[in-house]
Design a protein around this ligand. Sequence first.
Ligand SMILES: Cc1cc2nc3c(=O)[nH]c(=O)nc-3n(C[C@H](O)[C@H](O)[C@H](O)COP(=O)(O)OP(=O)(O)OC[C@H]3O[C@@H](n4cnc5c(N)ncnc54)[C@H](O)[C@@H]3O)c2cc1C
Length: 392
Amino acid sequence: MKRIAVIGAGAAGCFCAAELRRRLPAVKVDVYESGPKPLAKVAITGGGRCNLTNSFEGIRSLGEAYPRGERLMKRLLRVFSQEDTWRWFEAAGVPLVLQDDHCVFPRSQDAMDIVHALLRKMEGVNLLLRTPVHAINPDLTVDGEPYDAVVVTTGGAPKGLPLLEGLDLEWVPTVPSLFTFTIQDEGLRALMGLVVEATVSLPGTPFKADGPLLITDWGLSGPAVLKLSSYAARHLHDAGYQAPLSVNWLSLSEAETRALLEELSAANPRKQVSNTPPAGLQARLWNYLTVKAGLRPDIRWAELGSKGLNKLVNTLTQDNYAIAGKTKFRDEFVTCGGVALSNLNPATLECKQYPGLYFAGEVLDIDAITGGFNLQAAWTTGYVAAQSIASK
Ligand SMILES: Cc1cc2nc3c(=O)[nH]c(=O)nc-3n(C[C@H](O)[C@H](O)[C@H](O)COP(=O)(O)OP(=O)(O)OC[C@H]3O[C@@H](n4cnc5c(N)ncnc54)[C@H](O)[C@@H]3O)c2cc1C
């Protein structure tokens, strides 16, 4: 092993190169980067703060975090986990903090600390900036240069990857993930700024997500919507981003919602329904929902009757909207699809068809919800590719 090429100086490529440098100090590692700077995207992750991993505490099954790549990530996280990420970056001189929402950031809240730490660990690596790779061949030549191993870490490729055209690889068509929903409902939009713990779902499909739901001036956003956009990325793409959406405002079942309303009614028979919101619902939103349920604005709990109660239960548990398009969430998005995992040996990330060729990061058909899981996938897969090469 004399020369290794890494294609792409993003999160996965730089992490892989740093690990190759540590494990194989005598081997020449060339990192090709088409842009003028390494780690340009990492520098702007998490709004410039870099949410580099997650404690995974809120995750019941790994598929919740990784809608694509769950099985492979389960296996690879045993080799390089979120705890390993924490240790790696702290040992590299970046103290980290865990937020209440389980997201991990540099204590400085500055993504550049992550960039600088990676660059320090890459010292001795040959970084070739403004050097796009055009073709990788089965004999492991990169634009005509011969290598003993090649790691492709070119990130999400919405339009496919021309540099892989000379290779016979299975490719999963790419679509965007992590976006917010445009909803043409003036009443809802007038509530912009409100955040509610809710459950959103696409009726007639298995896609459902819960968490904070943010009402915006264009529709709906927040972690619940971003998660749903990730779970249903392909479905929504195929539907042209036009689909019915259902909101369960209290994340309770119909029976639980009914019981809650009956309690409210029993405790406040003389009060106006529109002035008595259930705990957890802001007065403005409750008002909007009672109007949407078709209730008279001055109706009192004692006058509601079973018909009125049914209408309220329905509006609270299955409030229907129409998704009329997608909108970017800050500039964050990831690509769903890419190099099919079936091409790879799952233990090493080496290509079955082309020994010596490895893949890591978002170029693979692995992507996650927001919260640091995408960068964790980049660190983990970059680590495993480097370890596999070094152990050859
Ligand atoms: C604005 C934004 C914010 C985000 N925030 C977070 C966050 O806080 N936490 C989180 O977990 N995830 C976040 N993500 C997602 C995360 O950044 C990506 O999943 C991650 O960067 C993927 O790493 P990668 O190395 O696979 O790809 P990238 O980081 O995209 O790197 C790929 C590199 O390859 C280069 N390249 C491509 N083609 C070629 C070629 N032919 N030749 C040479 N070089 C090439 C590109 O220029 C690029 O530098 C965010 C994404 C965006 C867009």
